[in-house]
Design a binder for this molecule. Structure first.
Ligand code: NAD
Length: 468
């Protein structure tokens, strides 16, 4: 590695934090090495966001075909070819993975396929199939990601039990699936498989699935789940999993003081992810960890060691790929002496259930907890022409407005195209727009984005398409 002070940087980990940071740093004129021990693109590309959304897209198409007669399009006896669904998903992942590798190479990033380990705070050893290389980079960015958490209960070693990575390799669909954990991963898979005809039972430990969303939304999703073969038991403490002689799995759980069982052909364990800190020697160099268990960082992604930054899931701040990628830009800018600290106020997130749930900024719960006075409007999809055309009448756009400042401080979209609508809301909030400013922005017709315009009108008591 070149040793001109401050001009070279080593990224440990090639996920959406590490690879985005490496390309950005190279574009900014730094000499960059990226070490990746398993797969370029990390969990997001290889076993997370991309493959799961590819499968969910197939389920969407399946539902479109099955319900097309409503629109006068008759398709008799459609067939779901699961191996083909999997093959298409794999093709998408492969295409993206080779695309990212190409981008890294074209930008002059040197990729080392191996495992990095600190020998001391300045020296990193990389073990590869081809041998060992010892580096002394002037700057280091740790981007090692996260790994699946497991419950300390008996029976999880059964081959019938899998985690989110194992599910992606299934060669056939089960008839019945038990999902342990009603978080984002659990609910996305529950709806994916439920819509493909699998009977899904979700067991959630807390009184509500999806703890990060408002209770009205979680409750509504549970209700809607029934039409997609998904049932949920909240407040379920899973005790054990056992295999039966018939080759199925029995999951035992406690609910309201009563021990119950549910049987499934397979079990998905999705009870959270924790920072991946194993095997790279962070303990040896005195790197500090935060209370959340991740590597402790400040708003510029600096660790307690001046030449080391950490980004993404290994910091355990927000386990979202797009947060990791943005933290990468912030860290590289800091290395270059540019001051762009992280601002976590308006980070969008999307849960790909049916319907989708997208959120940005505050929730009713978080505003109530901080004692902020706010107004809330909810514009139903049923009031929107494009939603009616598509027969997507379930859901709403909910906007939260600070009473004192008039600024939009939070929004949740539950409904079709929520993943696209949230971008407009994010830009509006990030730019500090008021309802009045959004009211005077023209939204294209006919689009579901008009629901956002209607929310701005409604906040001023001027809604046109909603009776209030
Ligand atoms: P999570 O923290 O979102 O949910 C885990 C759930 O498991 C929680 O609801 C928790 O209460 C429950 N749980 C814990 N112990 C349990 C027990 N003993 N019995 C029953 N339930 C139990 O974690 P996840 O769903 O595994 O996802 C991991 C991370 O990945 C999250 O931070 C998530 O936001 C992120 N992710 C994001 C997306 C997205 O943005 N679309 C998709 C997938 C994952």
């Amino acid at each position: 590695m070149t040793t001109e002070p401050g001009k070279d940087v080593l990224f440990i980990g090639g996920g959406p934090g590490g690879y985005a940071g490496a390309i950005y740093a190279a574009k900014k004129g730094l000499s960059v090495i990226l070490v990746e021990k398993r797969w370029i693109g990390g969990t997001c590309l290889n076993a997370g966001c991309i493959p799961t959304k590819a499968l969910i897209h197939a389920a969407d198409r399946w539902e479109t075909v099955r319900t097309a007669s409503r629109f006068g399009v008759i398709s008799t006896d459609p067939i779901l070819d699961w191996p083909m669904v999997q093959a298409q998903k794999d093709k998408t992942v492969d295409t993206l993975r080779s695309g990212i590798r190409l981008l890294l190479e074209k930008n002059g990033v040197q990729i080392l396929e191996g495992t990095a380990e600190f020998l001391d705070e300045r020296t990193v050893q990389v073990r590869m199939e081809s041998g060992v290389e010892t580096l002394r980079p002037s700057q280091i960015v740790i981007a090692t990601g996260s790994k699946t958490k497991h419950l300390p209960i008996p029976g999880l070693e059964s081959p019938l039990v899998t985690d989110s990575e194992g599910v992606l390799q299934w060669s056939s669909l089960p008839q019945r699936l038990v999902v342990i954990g009603g978080g984002v991963i659990g609910m996305e898979f529950a709806f994916l498989f439920g819509r493909l005809g699998v009977k899904v039972q979700v067991l959630e430990f807390l009184p509500q699935i999806l703890p990060s969303v408002d209770a009205d939304i979680a409750t509504r999703l549970v209700r809607l789940g029934k039409a997609s073969n998904v049932t949920v038991v909240n407040g379920a403490k899973v005790l054990s999993v056992a295999s039966t002689p018939a080759g199925t799995a029995t999951v035992t759980y406690e609910h309201q003081g009563v021990v119950k069982t549910v049987e499934g052909d397979r079990v998905l364990e999705a009870v959270g992810r924790g920072p991946e800190l194993s095997g790279f020697g962070w303990e040896r160099i005195g790197l500090e960890r935060g209370k959340n268990g991740g590597i402790a960082v400040d708003a510029r992604m600096r660790t307690n060691l001046p030449h080391i930054h950490a980004i993404g899931d290994c910091t355990n701040l927000m386990q979202l790929a797009h947060v990791a990628s943005h933290q990468a830009i912030v860290a590289v800018d800091d290395i270059l002496g540019l001051d762009h600290p992280m601002d976590y106020r308006f980070i969008p997130s999307v849960i790909f259930t049916t319907p989708e749930i997208a959120q940005v900024g505050a929730t009713e719960k978080s505003l109530t907890e901080t004692g902020t006075r706010f107004r809330v409007v909810k514009i139903p999809y049923g009031s929107n022409g494009k939603a009616l055309i598509e027969n997507e009448l379930t859901g709403f756009v909910k906007v939260l407005c600070d009473e004192e400042t008039g600024r939009w401080v939070g929004a949740t979209v539950m409904g079709a195209h929520a993943n696209a609508l949230i971008a407009t809301l994010t830009v509006a909030m990030h730019s500090g727009l008021s309802a009045e400013e959004i009211k005077h922005t023209v939204f294209a017709h006919p689009t579901v984005s008009e629901l956002i315009h209607e929310a701005a009108l409604s906040l001023q008591g001027e809604a046109i398409h909603v009776w209030e």
